[in-house]
Design a protein around this ligand. Structure first.
Ligand SMILES: [Mg+2]
Length: 380
């Protein structure tokens, strides 16, 4: 059996969203976060800036860096849009964090043969295995990965890197090899060689403390860990960590990809033809979206408190505006009214740049009670 797993991970997620939404930030070193760097664009990383660093230190390393505040509604909207593309593939999708997911391609996913996946420009050419040399499942997985990357880039405007392998741990490590904006396939016959060359600290699930213990014992690579027995690894790193490192070093990782559904939002969008739009046309679009969303929420018996308006402009920049209501709603008029209010606030931007797409999303969801009464609560 050869089930293939994809690990999809957006590159410098928060910084990429900022660059997507503000052309002035593109190609420039961008830091997100006021005190601590939550994300650094690749331009900033070239100066040695890393996530988790204090912004003061980051500014010393990269004095030209542009520092921007986080924009949670934009991140949530982008996340939902990316996950919608991933789920549409028919693969089993397990969200792993705000900007990553594991996918199991299974047998059900139909990936039409077409152009072979393009080799990533940034990764060394030997990084991508030739599909012709790999079994069919590897080829299908690589094709799906290439398609997902293209679709996320085209529809959401963000760079997505994907690692492909037979196990979760290898797929996770491979997606890092793929970055930035690349695809990295570990063919089954190359797994051990790839794994054994890795520094132990690069293995997903090996924390800093475990890595330190292994280093002190002279174990630097996964290959070195594979050469010692399980009892010795347990003596060095502790029981659980030793067992884990031993299993991974021998390429034993049977953790399955588990679908976690739990919808987080309801959204709809409408593309507009180019050219100036009247206020009435925009209002009509927002009203229509509110009705579509409310009907779907009603069917699923869900309600939500936060309404997000998404706009794409004539120059392909985007903006996201959100408003949180005092109570959850699934009412078309209430949703549209919130959307209309957000639209009014964004009118100067619309007049300047011209709008080509209007989207509305209701998020921060709650179950709809029988009487339509919803408890007031804050999102976690
Ligand atoms: Mg990421």
């Amino acid at each position: 059996m050869c089930s293939m797993i994809l690990h999809a991970d957006l590159d410098a997620f928060y910084a990429s969203v900022a660059q997507r939404d503000d052309p002035a930030l593109r190609g420039r070193p961008v830091l997100v976060g006021s005190w601590v760097v939550m994300a650094a664009s690749y331009e900033a990383r070239a100066y040695g800036v890393r996530g988790g660093m204090g912004t003061a230190q980051a500014r010393r390393l990269c004095p030209d860096a542009l520092v921007v505040d986080p924009s949670w509604p934009a991140y949530m909207e982008a996340r939902e849009a990316v996950f919608a593309v991933l789920r549409r593939s028919g693969a089993t999708v397990e969200p792993a964090s705000i900007d990553e997911a594991f996918l199991d391609i299974g047998d059900a996913v139909d990936v039409p043969a077409g152009r072979p996946p393009p080799a990533p420009a940034a990764a060394p050419p030997e990084a991508v295995e030739h599909a012709a040399a790999a079994p069919d499942a590897v080829e299908r997985a690589a094709r799906l990965a290439a398609r997902l990357r293209r679709d996320v880039r085209a529809e959401v405007g963000l760079p997505l890197s994907i690692g492909v392998a037979r196990t979760k741990v290898l797929a996770k490590i491979a997606s890092r090899s793929a970055k930035p904006d690349g695809l990295f396939v570990v063919a089954p016959e190359r797994e051990l060689a790839y794994l054994h060359a890795l520094p132990v600290e690069d293995v997903w699930g090996v924390g800093a403390a475990t890595a330190r213990k292994l280093h002190l014992a002279g174990v630097r690579t996964v290959g070195q860990a594979a050469a010692i027995g399980e009892p010795a690894l347990m003596a060095i790193a502790g029981k659980a960590a030793g067992r884990y490192v031993h299993a991974i070093a021998h390429n034993r990782d049977h953790r399955p990809v588990r679908a976690r559904r739990g919808r987080r939002s309801f959204g709809a969008q409408r593309a507009l033809r180019r050219g100036p739009r009247t206020r009435a046309e925009l209002t009509e679009a927002v009203t229509g979206l509110g009705e579509r969303i409310a009907a779907r929420m009603e069917r699923k018996r869900r309600a939500g408190r936060t309404v997000v308006l998404r706009l794409r402009f004539g120059d392909y920049t985007r903006a996201t505006r959100s408003r949180t209501l005092p109570r959850a709603t699934a009412d078309a008029a209430e949703i549209a009214a919130a959307g209309e209010e957000l639209l009014a606030a964004a009118l100067p931007l619309i007049e300047r740049r011209g709008v080509t797409l209007v989207g509305l999303t209701v998020t921060n969801l709650a179950e709809k009670g029988d009487a339509g009464q919803l408890p007031l609560f804050e999102p976690p």
